[in-house]
Each structure stands twice: as structure tokens, then as C-alpha cells.
Ligand binder design. Structure first.
Ligand code: GDP
Ligand code: IMO
Ligand code: MG
Length: 433
């Protein structure tokens, strides 16, 4: 039995898409368990680039079964346009895409409400992707959401929309925003429902059955540990559980079925949107990381904030997710730095902390404690053998392993599938045999 969760260990964009694509051939099913089209997972196949938002990255592998689990929120327009775009590029969905009947649907009022709430927060805004993610999860938790299974019942759907949109319009009007037109929303959704319905099923039952028949599942997390609704830098987080535990709640697969957790970790740190970021570099060094790493959002195109590797965040991610092993991404981006800093702890009002304060204002106020390592200043781009890495690069990796308390089983040296070092004696290599 082999059921592995791939999880982001920082603030998202660690390179989850590349790793899922790389290891997907060794699994039978790839399942997304939370988030929505706020995610942007980049996969590069023989020089051809795909950015997956809502569909699991496994979809680019012909014949691989893919699941959009109950923990995901689905914007029907975004789903259909992603499917159309991929179909135009030769990807066939027949019989291999399964959408949970319990996954919640993003509706027009979610986008409108999010715009008004971000405006009202002013300088405290979260800097969301403005895709309706947060308000859709609010409706889910508020027990008034519309689910994918409801798309199969047009009559009921109309009645549900009347209630949901009626309530949302009261709030929108109170905030001075345009109300949502009910009839147009119903018509639009009914049109899309007929295209989505054939894929909708009870994915928890389907997944558990497949697993009983010996099939293996790769769970693809979106966002990252520090964006998790419970464990992240609240309130500057997304609205779902992107940590490893979310994989079970978000698919209906029991925790006892998970056999390992693979943490995806960038060799430095990035963040999109607002909120505390202790190792952020707002100087020329940060700019250099952004330029070398092409750090611009895969979903929104926003420049990503960049900074040094944060060992406090990484250790926390190891604990929260129970990481079995780590994939270290974008090592090549550090190739020409003379020296490289690693944050080993925080100082808050003179006191040394080795864990993350729960309060965003405290986290904003911490001073990172750095250790400086010599750079390697030679190209690692495209290397596939650990022994070929420069000595200082190997030292950097060993220091991160000691700091995080977890083995690094994979080192990524470029965006392509092939720019990868898989360490032969690692737990990860064991999973892939
Ligand atoms: P995800 O959201 O975690 O899937 O990550 P994104 O796709 O948003 O961002 C990662 C970016 O880094 C993408 O543009 C990838 O093509 C790129 N990438 C992944 N691994 C590497 C690597 O090892 N080196 C370099 N230079 N780029 C990489
Ligand atoms: P992947 O899966 C990086 C960030 C947004 C914002 C916060 C809340 O590609 O790693 P939301 O729209 O989710 O309510 O925004 O979360 N965010 C991400 N940052 N990578 C992502 O996904 C993200 N998804 C959301 O920028 O700060
Ligand atoms: Mg991304």
C-alpha cells in the first residue's frame, strides 16, 4: 500500500506541480484535496508548459485517474475553461476525471463579497487572489453552500440559489455594491452544470474502493503550511487546510491509509500577498532571487516577495505535516550567490524563540537569527547526480537537513522534469520503485 501526500511547507509555490508530475507515473490516482483555482501548479513536459489550477497535475499523464475531492471549491467557469484549454492541447478526460459530489461551488456573489471585504480591510487586506475562495468556504462552514452534487438537480438548484443569493444580496447592498442577478446566475449555472455533471460522483466511495483493490493514491496539496487556515499566519492565510491532515478530510480517505508525506521546500522562501514574512529581503538581494527564480505568480502574475530559507518555518512544517522526506526545489537559483543566509531562529523583544508565534503582529516584529554559509558559485542547472553537486551546495543541503530534522530525498535543479536529482538511498526513491 502506498498513499503519499505532497504538501507545501512554506507559503505556496514551492514547486508542488513539478514534483507531482515527476512522481505521478508511480501512482494510480492523483487527488486534489483542498483549495481551488487560487492554486497555480506549473508542469513542464518536454519544454511544453502547463499551469494547472483546479485539475490535479496528474491530468497531463494520459490514462491517469484524477480526483477533485470534497475539500476543493470549484468555480464552474474556471473548471470548464481549464478543461477546454487542456482538451485543445490534446488532453483527454474521458473516464478518468472524478469530481466529488460534496465539493462546494464558487458562485458570483463570492467574488463580489471578497472584493468588498478586501476593500474594507484597507491596509490590513489579505491580498487574496480575488477568486471567491474565502467566501465559498464561508458559505460551506455556514451550512448554506451549493455543492457539485446539487448541479444534478435543476429544480432544487434554482431554489437553493434563490436563498443563497438573496442573503448575499442583502449584504452586498448594505456595502453599497451591485447585487447579483439571480435569473442570469441560474441560467448560466444550469448551462455549465450539464457539462460538469458527467464527472460528478461520490469520490470518497470511489477512492476507498479503488484503494481496497490495491490502487495507490498521490494526494496533491495546494498552497502551503503557512497559508493553512489553522496553522498558517492567520489571518493572512487561505481558507482551507493545505497541510497533510487536510488530505484525509478533503477526500474521505481515512488517516490510517496515508503511508507517507512528502514536503516540498524551496531552497529559499517566497510569499505572494500580504502578511508577515520574517526572512523577506526588500533589497537588491531579494530582487536578485526574484529575477533568477522568475518569482511571479503562476495564477495572478503578481511579483512574489522573496527571502532567505527560514528554518523555523521548515521545522514547524515538518512537525505539523509529519514529513517523511523532503524535495528541495530551485537549488539552481542560488548558484551565483557569494554567500547564503539561513534563518535558524527568531528573536522577539530580545528573547530567542525557536517556534512560530501565533500572533501575526508578533511574527511581523521578530528578527531572524541568521547563519551565513559560503555559496558555490558554479552552475547546478540540470544536474541529475548528487555527487556532481559542488561541495558547498552539498554542505548547504546537509545543513538544511540537520535544521529541518528530515532527509532531503530529491533536489531539483531546474523547472523541467529531467532537472532532478533523486537520491538513490532515500525513502522517496523507495516509494518510486
Ligand atoms: P507550485 O504552486 O508549488 O506548483 O509552484 P509554482 O508552479 O507556482 O511555482 C514554481 C515555479 O518554479 C514554476 O515556474 C516552476 O516551473 C519552477 N521550478 C520548479 N522547480 C524548479 C527548479 O528546481 N529550478 C528552477 N529554476 N525553477 C523551478
Ligand atoms: P499554490 O497551490 C501562493 C495566497 C494569496 C493570499 C492568500 C489568500 O500555487 O502554491 P486566497 O485567494 O486563497 O483566499 O488568498 O493565499 N495564495 C497563494 N500563494 N501559492 C498559492 O497556491 C496560493 N493560493 C493562495 O496570495 O496571500
Ligand atoms: Mg503556485
Amino acid at each position: 500500500m502506498k498513499n503519499i501526500v505532497v504538501v507545501g511547507t512554506q507559503w505556496g509555490d514551492e514547486g508542488k506541480g513539478k514534483v507531482v508530475d515527476l512522481i505521478a507515473p508511480h501512482f494510480d490516482i492523483v487527488a486534489r484535496y483542498q483549495g481551488g483555482h487560487n492554486a497555480g501548479h506549473t508542469v513542464i513536459v518536454r519544454g511544453e508548459k502547463f499551469v494547472l489550477h483546479l485539475l490535479p497535475s496528474g491530468i497531463v499523464h494520459a490514462g491517469k485517474s484524477c480526483v477533485i475531492g470534497n475539500g476543493v471549491v470549484i468555480d464552474p467557469t474556471a473548471l470548464l475553461s481549464e478543461m477546454d484549454e487542456l482538451a485543445a492541447r490534446g488532453i483527454d478526460f474521458t473516464g478518468r476525471l472524478h469530481i466529488s459530489n460534496r465539493a462546494h461551488i464558487i458562485l458570483p456573489h463570492h467574488l463580489a463579497l471578497e472584493r468588498t471585504s478586501e476593500q474594507r480591510r484597507g491596509i490590513r487586506q489579505v491580498g487574496t487572489t480575488l477568486r471567491g475562495i474565502g467566501p465559498a468556504y464561508e458559505d460551506k462552514i455556514g451550512r448554506r453552500g451549493l455543492r457539485a452534487g446539487d448541479l444534478l438537480h435543476p429544480e432544487r438548484l434554482k431554489r437553493q440559489l434563490e436563498e443563497i443569493i438573496g442573503e448575499a444580496n442583502d449584504i452586498l447592498q448594505m456595502r453599497g455594491a451591485e447585487p447579483i442577478a439571480l435569473a442570469a446566475t441560474v441560467d448560466d449555472l444550469l448551462g455549465k452544470a450539464s457539462r460538469i455533471a458527467p464527472f460528478v460522483t461520490d469520490t470518497a466511495v470511489w477512492l476507498n474502493r479503488e484503494m481496497s483493490a490495491g490502487k495507490s493514491v498521490l494526494f496533491e496539496g495546494a498552497q502551503g503550511t503557512m497559508l493553512d487556515i489553522d496553522h498558517g499566519t492567520y489571518p493572512y492565510v487561505t481558507s482551507s487546510s493545505g497541510t497533510a491532515g487536510g488530505a484525509t478530510v478533503g477526500t474521505g480517505v481515512p488517516p490510517t491509509a496515508i503511508t507517507g508525506v512528502l514536503g516540498i521546500m524551496k531552497a529559499y522562501t517566497t510569499r505572494v500577498g500580504s502578511g508577515p514574512f520574517p526572512t523577506e529581503l526588500t533589497d537588491a538581494t531579494g530582487e536578485r532571487l526574484r529575477a533568477r527564480g522568475h518569482e511571479y505568480g503562476a495564477s495572478t502574475g503578481r511579483p512574489r516577495r522573496c527571502g532567505w530559507f527560514d528554518g523555523v518555518v521548515a521545522r514547524y512544517a515538518r512537525m505539523i505535516n509529519g514529513l517523511t522526506t523532503v524535495a528541495l526545489m530551485k537549488l539552481d537559483v542560488l548558484d551565483d550567490f557569494e554567500t547564503i543566509d539561513i534563518c535558524t531562529g527568531y528573536r522577539l523583544h530580545g528573547e530567542v524563540l525557536d517556534t512560530i508565534p501565533h500572533d501575526a503582529e508578533d511574527l511581523e516584529a521578530v528578527e531572524p537569527i541568521y547563519e551565513t554559509l559560503p555559496g558555490w558559485q558554479s552552475p547546478t542547472v540540470g544536474l541529475t547526480d548528487f555527487a556532481q553537486l559542488p561541495t558547498n551546495a552539498r554542505r548547504y543541503i546537509a545543513r538544511l537537513e540537520a535544521l529541518v530534522g528530515c532527509d532531503i530525498g530529491l533536489v531539483s535543479t531546474g523547472p523541467d522534469r529531467h532537472d532532478t536529482i533523486l537520491r538513490a538511498d532515500s525513502q522517496l526513491a523507495g516509494w518510486l520503485t
